[in-house]
Design a protein around this ligand. Sequence first.
Ligand code: UDP
Ligand code: MG
Length: 317
Amino acid sequence: MEKHAVLYLVVPCYNEEEVLPETARQLLSKMESMLARELISQKSKILFVNDGSRDKTWEIIERLHTENPIYTGVKLSRNKGHQNALLAGLMTAKERADIAISLDADLQDDVNVIDKMVEQYYQGFDVVYGVRSARKTDTFFKKFTAQGFYKLMKAMGVDIVYNHADYRLMSRRAMEGLEEFQEVNLFLRGIVPLIGYASTTVSYERHERFAGESKYPLKKMLSFATDGITSFSIKPIRMITVFGFFIFVVSLIMLVYSLVVHSMGHTVWGWTSTIVSIWAIGGLQLLAIGVVGEYIGKIYLETKNRPKYIIEKVLEE
Ligand code: UDP
Ligand code: MG
């Protein structure tokens, strides 16, 4: 494989004015050390994707760009969420770079493994997943929910890399593969393994958020997890079917039982069980409808084929 690949670091940013100057500084020194080692091409860039921030994020990106053209930026027309911002960045990088590495703006992904990822690319890997080795700095709650998330995904039959977030290297052809996926409900961690090609992992320690606060509150995490499962697996529907069948068998047994009791002449004592079963069945039906509705909602969104993002501006030299 040819050396001196053009590398783009793709960094989605949503209201990150507090961390951005420091992130820019650290990424620059990383790029400079790789350039000095002639690991990457001089045309490499640090690409910030402004995901409709309401603070000074875009102004900072523009200022960085005028100070040093190694910094460049894409501005989305409004906030579209982390996954869409990432895709916008990768699709922009695909036109200009041989490889792209996506990482968070808050310096939680250890920038020191960037070299390792690039070296793995030169070894012939098209996708290199950054995998967290430790979560020492995460709160108990974050650790518990995040690991529960990976286990749940696996149990639901979604093929994802354990403890891998969106810190990864992708080659140009892997990004071209990604472009073929037309889905609107984006869950990149689930899609990337489906692209195929040779892949490997490098492990890193997850740091604490450098400044500012998480843009992923519990509500967003839950909707991310539901999206992840319902976009990739029909297991929930199967489970409902199996459960429904089981309940049906139980109700047959109950029928036989109640007929036997009736023939023996013990009647009116049925009120409790009747009420209980009405509630149970009602609840089950609602649950089942909800799950089906989740998928219909997805179909609805997919058929609309809406654009996932609109780029307002790209900084060019
Ligand atoms: N982010 C984004 N759009 C959003 C929310 C987040 O581009 O709507 C970016 C954010 O700026 C950061 C990355 O996604 O670079 C991860 O977000 P965050 O660090 O808040 O998530 P956490 O690490 O807490 O899961
Ligand atoms: Mg973070």
